[in-house]
Design a protein around this ligand. Structure first.
Ligand SMILES: C[C@H](O)[C@H](C)C(=O)SCCNC(=O)CCNC(=O)[C@H](O)C(C)(C)COP(=O)([O-])OP(=O)([O-])OC[C@H]1O[C@@H](n2cnc3c(N)ncnc32)[C@H](O)[C@@H]1OP(=O)([O-])[O-]
Length: 720
């Protein structure tokens, strides 16, 4: 709702009231329309202030209402009525004014913001565009280039930047509504024509307007990789720069109509709520987010300052924690100090703040962590070494200190068994670069306490991570599903595909890089080492049927054979592609590899066949999704939202496709099941293609929408 009152004698005050972010749902819009009418008709009122309750102006249109049929007064005429009003309208912006919230403020004649407020038009992050006049008013107010930047990126600006851009008229450190009322009293009776932004023309741009838009559109299309909203945003701003306001608004409405019902918008809105849902974690043992109070964490430590350790230390310091960094190798310690300082300075420069160098302390002695509240171990991925570290930490640290490991696949519970308090051990699996990647897999073992899990989840949130709670199993969620995807990519090469074909199909789907290019970037030797440890990669070259069987299932030694030839990817100048020289970055198809594949197939009696991109997608993605269903069945992940956040924020799954499980729901579970059955019949020696029973049961129960899977899975589990 929206509440109306008259204050200071002659100021009408309209207060948006809709917890938690005063979103412009139907009831709020009706309240605004009614309040506006009252204010404009009240002869005692000479100016009006619009504000929000609870120190928040407005989080925009109510995303929860998007699926519903239109009800309540429409947003655009409401904002037009505010702008056309014959009394000064002043927006008092506290907390944030985002999307429709900023558009509401742009309809006002003046905007006063608190210094801590954030403003923006983030609709593009929801697969939409500013559709309540924002794409037409903002360019007229701040110019085309600045408006394009805010609308294409969806980034939030601080009040200081908003003042500098000309979005707001005043910034205050004091009570914003009081400042707005004082301002409203000062402008009462002033002419308003010059304050109605829709009547403005866009300020002229330096240089050719068409050239500017072509250049921006070229960059946007390249960066969007198939996302449609950023392209529509450019088209909408172009309308503002080239058409009269009314025609521009028509164009904005047309473009929004194409986006609103698109699968991409639904995927991005699903992802918006999924990110919030994963913070409400639960475990099969009944532990829950709202029943487990996190322990206070004031001081933290990182053990091992390799690439991951450095990134984790930087992310912790940037989040404001004093960090004790321990590296026993003196040379590595010196290098790490330099690297961490540089990363902190670069990050601070980008954010226009001071570098938190004072948060960092370094030592080569593990005793230095005796007084910290939480330790993150990030040493080399070797179980023996990690066990030794956990024994040492258990002896040195405070009895109630949390001991966390950044392992990406090793058994967290085995490490817990090295300590006095296994209930205080959890996994905190970061993704490289750890100070950039948003994902954090928080891994709980059978003995991890709910409080330990709650503490790690809260620390992740404070570090600005999308933290997802997952059960302890080989590869946890992300890497466990990736194994099925990687295997299919290898098998497709055996059956006739080339790395280029597989990668272009995946890049066409929206991945920034296909599997084989990613493998060359991260180094083929990384996977080889894991396969050797798992007893899969055997020395020498073997022929005959056993060469392609491991542990009773089909196996492709192709990656091992390349590593045996020293082809580790970019770092050696060749891998699945040619890079010209060690460290080269540009992947070019490699004739040697094509003939190597032909020889390999001939050697193993494999007859190559034509493989189309659709089969590449179905084999790689459905095998990954199928493993996702097994993970849900095992209770390792609580719901599809958890898996989808992991893949969108940690594995480069195209955000506008929502995530693997959302994608499966979009394709249709019966189709996914039918295709998996088809491929499993063709490849009975590949268990990963055998449809998971949970998938079968969801199809049998009518393929409920993905938002309903969690409860459907609970019900199915209870029937077992
Ligand atoms: C016409 C017009 O052009 C178009 C078409 C539009 O306007 S499209 C809409 C454009 N607006 C946006 O893109 C802003 C989206 N929101 C945010 O970016 C953030 O929420 C926040 C505002 C910066 C606060 O962050 P937070 O970290 O303090 O809390 P939270 O956990 O995120 O959010 C707290 C709770 O509020 C819910 N929520 C937040 N914004 C919402 C919104 N716009 N609609 C409905 N619910 C919303 C959220 O789901 C969560 O609920 P629950 O999980 O507790 O049940």
């Amino acid at each position: 709702m929206a509440q109306y009152s008259r204050i200071s004698g002659s100021v009408g005050l309209i207060t948006l009231k809709s917890l938690p972010v005063n979103a412009l749902g139907a009831v709020v819009r009706q309240g605004i329309v009614d309040s506006l009418k009252t204010a404009l008709q009240d002869p005692k009122v000479t100016s009006v202030v619009i504000c929000g309750q609870n120190g928040v102006f407005c989080g925009g249109a109510d995303i929860k209402e998007f699926g519903d049929s239109e009800s309540g007064p429409p947003l655009i005429p409401m904002i037009h009525a505010i702008e056309a009003g014959n009394k000064p309208m002043v927006a008092a912006i506290e907390g944030f004014a985002l999307g429709g919230g900023l558009e509401l403020a742009l309809g006002c004649h003046y905007r006063i913001a608190h210094s801590k407020a954030r403003l923006g038009l983030p609709e593009v992050t929801l697969g939409l565009l500013p559709a309540a006049g924002g794409s037409q008013r903002l360019p007229r107010l701040i110019g085309v280039p600045a408006a394009l930047d805010l609308i294409i990126t969806g980034r939030h600006v601080t009040a200081a930047e908003a003042l500098q851009l000309g979005i707001v008229d005043q910034v205050t450190d004091h009570h914003t509504v009081d400042a707005a009322v004082k301002f409203a009293l000062s402008v009462a009776g002033r002419p308003l024509d010059a304050r109605r932004i829709s009547s403005y023309s866009c300020p002229p741009v330096s240089g050719d307007l068409d050239a500017l838009f072509e250049e921006v559109m070229r960059k946007v299309r390249r960066g969007a990789r198939g996302a449609i909203a950023p392209v529509a945003c450019v088209q909408a701003v172009r309308a503002a720069a080239t058409l009269p306001y009314a025609r521009g608004m028509e164009r904005e409405r047309e473009l929004m109509a194409t986006l609103f019902t698109s699968g991409q918008a639904r995927a991005l809105q699903y992802s918006f709520f999924a990110q919030r849902a994963v913070s409400r974690w639960s475990t099969p043992s009944g532990a829950r987010w709202d029943a487990s109070a996190p322990k206070p964490v004031r001081k933290v430590a990182v053990i091992g300052l390799g690439t991951m350790g450095r990134g984790i230390a930087v992310a912790l310091a940037q989040a404001g924690f004093p960090v004790v960094s321990v590296e026993t190798q003196e040379k590595q310690l010196t290098e790490a100090k330099r690297a961490v300082s540089q990363m902190l300075e670069r990050g601070a420069k980008r954010r226009g703040v001071a570098a938190p160098l004072d948060k960092m302390s370094y030592s080569s002695n593990i005793q230095a962590v005796a007084d910290v509240d939480l330790v993150i171990e990030a040493v080399f991925e070797d179980m023996g070494l990690k066990k030794k570290i956990f024994q040492q930490l258990s002896a040195v640290c405070k009895p109630d200190a949390l001991l966390c490991t950044n392992t990406s696949s090793l058994d967290v519970d085995q490490l817990a068994s090295q300590t006095r308090n296994p209930e205080l051990v959890v996994g905190m699996h970061f993704f490289a670069p750890a100070h950039v990647m948003k994902l954090l897999e928080v891994v709980y073992g059978p003995r991890s306490s709910p409080q330990a899990l709650a503490t790690a989840m809260q620390l992740g949130k404070k570090m600005g991570k999308v933290s997802v709670a997952v059960g302890n199993c080989p590869g946890f969620v992300g890497n466990r599903m990736l194994k099925a995807y990687v295997e299919q990519a290898f098998f497709l090469l055996e059956e006739g595909a080339t790395p280029e074909l597989v990668d272009s199909a995946l890049e066409e789907f929206g991945f920034s890089m296909g599997f084989f290019k990613v493998s060359d970037l991260s180094g083929l030797d990384v996977g080889w080492k894991v396969r050797k440890e798992d007893g899969l990669a055997l020395p020498g070259v073997s022929t005959g049927p056993s060469a392609r069987i491991r542990q009773g299932r089909r196996y492709s030694p192709l990656g091992d054979l390349l590593c045996q030839r020293g082809r580790f990817g970019q770092k050696t100048g060749s891998g699945w592609y040619q890079y010209g020289k060690p460290g080269g970055r540009v992947a070019t198809p490699d004739p040697w590899l094509h003939s190597f594949l032909e020889e390999y197939r001939a050697q193993h009696g494999l007859v190559p066949r034509r493989i189309d991109p659709q089969e590449v997608l179905e084999r790689c993605l459905y095998a990954l999704i199928n493993e996702g269903f097994r993970i849900l069945e095992d209770g390792i992940a609580a719901g599809p939202e958890d898996i989808d956040c992991i893949y969108v924020f940690g594995y480069g799954w195209p955000h506008y496709r929502g995530g693997p499980m959302f994608y499966a729901a979009m394709v249709g579970l019966p189709k996914v099941l039918e295709r998996l059955e088809h491929y499993y019949r063709a490849h009975p020696d590949v268990p990963d293609l055998q449809p998971c029973s949970l998938l079968r049961r969801l199809v049998a129960s009518g393929s409920p929408p993905v938002q309903k899977w969690k409860e459907a899975i609970k019900k199915l589990h209870s029937q077992l």
